[in-house]
Design a protein around this ligand. Structure first.
Ligand code: SF4
Length: 397
């Protein structure tokens, strides 16, 4: 049954509650749902209903295409001046023994170690420390572009930018322009957490607030540049806090059109100050992807990090609004594994990623950071791995 037919069948369901039927009709007509309807979906809609709606939108936007990219990560440090309660990654300065602080030379050595590999993007995020200042990052971006001009530099979040601009006494507009001139090409979506102060002040109280996060993205978009957005869900927030978060992103996107992708991030409770808080279930994760797809009608893409949610849930998510499952990671990132993600060694080859996408009937397409198509893998068959050799056992009569 195709996505149109599934939605038509749903709308004929005599048992479907009137308010949910109204929302389904809006989706069919390409109309935007309201804040109240967003909350209603979180409170009342079941998984199969949400799957039909989200898959309808995903299919209208992208058909069967599922995107991935080939990138590598550099995490300059895992020491941080902040103390976010959910963070399993940062080792505060007082726990320095467990931390790392890469020098410029060490980070350029990582960049150079990928010289022979077909990666298109370097993704740079980490903790916040005083020595990683504006000059350091500008020199780093410039050095990467000088060494490998075609490698796309996607780096740092408003958490870092707010900190380094304040220290350098430059305003956001000037700071983002200087970063662009130094070689920055796009911004990842991190640091958004939950925007509403009621929650943000409990889990991430010292770093940039929602308004500052949104302002930095706005300044970046004004330069004609693109960025992503995230939401850390499934901890102490209520459903309406999630909708408030989505609403703020939708409003800014109406204004600038600069966001490419929304990435829901599942709260993980390993080895952090919120270990007593239970994690969301897989059903809730899929519901959240679907509602994000329905609510953010002006975002082109919804992404699931397979390394964070695991390969099986990532496959399922492709029927709940997700059209991008990130990249062929090697083990250069520690962010997922340190938080207790399903994948402790998040490595997957292009062949494995393509097989994973094809296994659920989707079409794997390699993209660059800006969603230009690099390779369509629909009709590409990889040679099978060599089978173990067969040894004839002697027959004993
Ligand atoms: S989430 Fe980011 S800003 Fe917060 S403590 Fe961890 S590394 Fe630092």
């Amino acid at each position: 049954m195709n996505a149109d037919h599934q939605l038509a069948v749903l709308l004929q369901d005599a048992h479907l509650e009137a308010s949910l039927k109204e929302i389904a009709k809006k989706v069919q007509n390409g109309e935007r749902i309201s804040f109240e309807e967003g909350v209603l979906l979180y409170k009342k809609a079941d998984l199969s209903y949400l799957g039909v709606l989200a898959n309808y939108i995903r299919t209208k936007k992208h058909g069967n295409v599922t995107y991935f990219n080939r990138n590598f990560h550099i995490e300059p440090t895992n020491l941080c001046v902040y103390d976010c309660k959910f963070c399993s990654y940062s080792r505060l300065i007082k726990e320095k023994a467990e931390g790392w602080e890469y020098t410029m030379e060490e980070m350029m050595a990582i960049v150079k170690s990928y010289d022979e590999q077909p990666v298109t993007e370097v993704h740079i995020v980490g903790g916040v420390l005083p020595q990683y200042d504006m000059k350091f990052y500008m020199d780093f971006f410039t050095a990467i572009k000088k060494h490998r001009p075609e490698l796309h530099v996607k780096a740092l979040t408003p958490v870092e930018y707010h900190y380094i601009f304040k220290k350098a006494k430059v305003d956001y507009a000037t700071g983002m322009r200087m970063m662009k001139e130094a070689g920055l090409e796009s911004m990842p979506g991190g640091g958004a957490e939950i925007f509403h102060p009621e929650i943000r002040e409990q889990i991430a109280k010292d770093k940039c607030d929602a308004e500052q996060w949104l302002q930095i993205h706005e300044e970046w978009h004004k330069l004609g540049m693109r960025s992503n957005a995230t939401m850390l869900y499934g901890h102490i927030e209520e459903y309406w806090h999630r909708v408030d978060h989505l609403e703020k992103l939708r409003v800014l996107q109406d204004k600038t059109g600069g966001f490419q992708t929304f990435i829901p991030l599942k709260f993980r409770n390993q080895d952090n100050q919120m270990s007593h808080v239970a994690e969301s279930t897989v059903v809730e994760d899929l519901r959240n992807y679907a509602i994000s797809r329905i609510y953010l009608d002006n975002f082109d893409h919804i992404k699931a990090y397979w390394a964070m949610i695991g390969r099986n849930t990532a496959q399922l998510s492709l029927n709940f609004g997700v059209d991008d499952i990130d990249g062929t990671l090697d083990d250069t990132t520690k962010i997922y594994s340190m938080a207790g993600a399903e994948e402790q060694n998040p490595a997957m080859s292009t062949k494995d990623l393509v097989k994973l996408i094809k296994a659920v009937g989707k079409k794997p397409v390699e993209r660059d950071t800006l969603y230009n198509i690099i390779n369509d893998f629909e009709n590409v068959d990889f040679p099978e791995d060599e089978k173990p050799k067969y040894y004839a056992l002697p027959v004993i009569n």
